[in-house]
Design a protein. Sequence first.
Length: 221
Amino acid sequence: MCSTMEGIYSDLDSSSYDQSFSITDDEDSRCSMITASPSSSLGQPCSPAVSQETAVPEQQEKKRRRGRGKGDGALHTVKKNRRVKANDRERNRMHSLNDALDSLRCVLPAFPDDTKLTKIETLRFAHNYIWALSETIRIADLERTGEASTMHPAGLNRVADAPSPGSDACSWMSSGSSSSSPSYGLSNPSSPATSEDYGFVQADSVYHNYHNFVTGIYCQN
DNA sequence: TAGGCCATCTGGTCCT
DNA sequence: AGGACCAGATGGCCTA
């Protein structure tokens, strides 16, 4: 998950870094933080989430020093210790957030090239995925009640016209290519009325991909 | 090399 | 008072 961090800290400008405070005096608390990741409480057997815990402590140490201090170097000991503790909590909090994102990635359909989704892609993907599943239930209910013929979207049954799920799966499910101005601020998340709500450009294409998705193409590993 | 993504530090604000 | 949360700043890594 994490690439090598060799030589990162050694390249840091020591003068700018020392303006903050010496972080090495907090070695113990930081080590305890690394091993105390709350990811296990999430209950998802997900390798990406675990990798953070099992990373080489030396690499973790170097990675943790990447952030740049902005202090004036005149922090009192009490204030400094408080800041160090706050940094630890903040780091831990962000690790928890990342673990949650990893768990979320685990329950989303995998892509053919097994590319790890970015954070924003994961959130958008999950958003669309939930919507697709909701639509599946809704349409299934409609079909059961005999109203499906009037409620189906136009392109839903034209499976042959659907684009290949391989290359554009990510762009659809994550809306990754629509980072310019996608609208995710729905007033009612349970009823995404239009494809435009998700930044989709072509409604037909949406339903083609959606059909591929609900028929299992995107779920095959 | 520029841009995207990410981890970390930091100070402010709100809450308990 | 201390912790949680947040956003800005900074710098490293990776890729086109």
